[in-house]
Ligand binder design. Structure first.
Ligand code: C2E
Ligand code: MG
Ligand code: MG
Ligand code: MG
Length: 297
């Protein structure tokens, strides 16, 4: 909270206070600039989507792709979403950007399907502000119709904290999205408020176990216990369970033994360009063995 911070800065003496406000102003104007350049970037096609395969177990088929946004900046190179999504969220720019992501991802999936490639589910991240958009279900329905993609092939990812936070509006939005026939998944599961009561109030299709639990699987028995519990919980409630951030064969082996439905992570593939992903799902197309390195991350 700014007031408290300023009070503390003041208590530390005049110079500190001045330093602090100067710093704050610099940061605020930096943010404004970034926001303006994001609007330009959208207009100039500098945003693009990468796709990270989601792989079923034990058969290791690519069953889905998560669309992840990147900013190809003419001077700064490729910028990661963790740097600009928070600013886009603060400035509400995320609503425009999120709509672009949704439309682009759905259009791409529609093209792959129309080309006769094996059907995959396209997963799109939704930001909290998008769930507060009264016409979000209409935007989603229109994107699907334009792309000629059936709703069952679209999965919308929302984080636990968003579901917990709200509220009539979010509840309504989730129910209306569900009625369209799209799938709903809970992203970063286990890192939110840890209240499980919402799980029975909404019909989520999938739990995505947060990568923080996957990271130390082979060394931390607590994480093993947590992952086993999440898989059990998800299955009992009729959801499928995916683990994020799978990087090692040991993690994969543990998850497979634990009966997880699908995995996503650098071991299988990094997020890759649309062209590279298309090659991955094209039967008989040549794909380099092993990892598909993402030159960009
Ligand atoms: P997320 O939705 O949880 O996406 C997973 C993140 O983990 C991605 O980072 C992905 O590249 C990374 N990842 C995947 N496998 C591994 C692995 O094996 N190891 C490690 N260490 N990381 C792995 P990315 O692409 O940088 O995205 C970060 C976050 O930015 C996403 O987390 C999501 O919250 C947000 N984001 C990305 N694209 C969008 C978007 O289009 N809209 C919104 N609202 N948020 C987005
Ligand atoms: Mg996600
Ligand atoms: Mg996640
Ligand atoms: Mg995340």
């Amino acid at each position: 909270n700014a007031d408290v911070a300023m009070y503390q800065a003041k208590a530390n003496g005049r110079n500190n206070f001045q330093f602090f406000t100067a710093d704050l102003n610099a940061r605020a104007s930096e943010r404004l600039q970034l926001e303006a350049s994001m609007r330009m970037a959208l207009h100039n096609d500098q945003f693009k989507l990468h796709y990270q395969p989601q792989v079923s177990l034990p058969d290791q088929q690519i069953v889905g792709a998560e669309a992840l946004i990147r900013w190809q900046h003419p001077e700064h190179g490729l910028i990661s979403p963790s740097r600009f999504i928070p600013i886009a969220e603060d400035s509400r720019m995320i609503v425009t950007l999120g709509t672009w992501v949704l439309q682009s991802a759905v259009r791409q999936a529609g093209r792959w399907q129309a080309a006769g490639l094996p059907p995959i589910t396209i997963a799109v991240n939704l930001s909290p502000l998008q769930l507060h958009q009264p016409n979000l279900p209409e935007i989603v329905a229109e994107a699907l119709a334009d792309a000629g993609l059936d709703a069952q092939y679209l999965e919308l990812e929302v984080t636990e904290s968003v579901i917990m936070q709200e509220g009539e509006q979010v509840t309504m939005a989730l129910h209306r999205l569900k009625k369209l026939g799209v799938r709903l998944s809970i992203d970063d599961f286990g890192t939110g408020y840890s209240s499980l009561s919402y799980l029975k109030r909404f019909a989520f299709d999938k739990l995505k176990v947060d990568q923080s639990f996957v990271r130390d699987l082979s060394t931390d028995p607590n994480d093993e216990a947590i992952v086993l519990a999440i898989i059990g919980l998800g299955k009992t409630l009729g959801m499928t369970v995916l683990a994020e951030g799978v990087e090692t064969h040991e993690q994969l082996a543990f998850l497979e033994r634990a009966g997880i439905d699908s995995v996503q992570g650098y071991l299988l593939s990094r997020p890759i360009t649309a062209e590279a992903f298309e090659a991955l799902i094209t039967p008989g197309a040549y794909v380099e063995p092993g990892l598909r390195p993402d030159a960009t991350v």
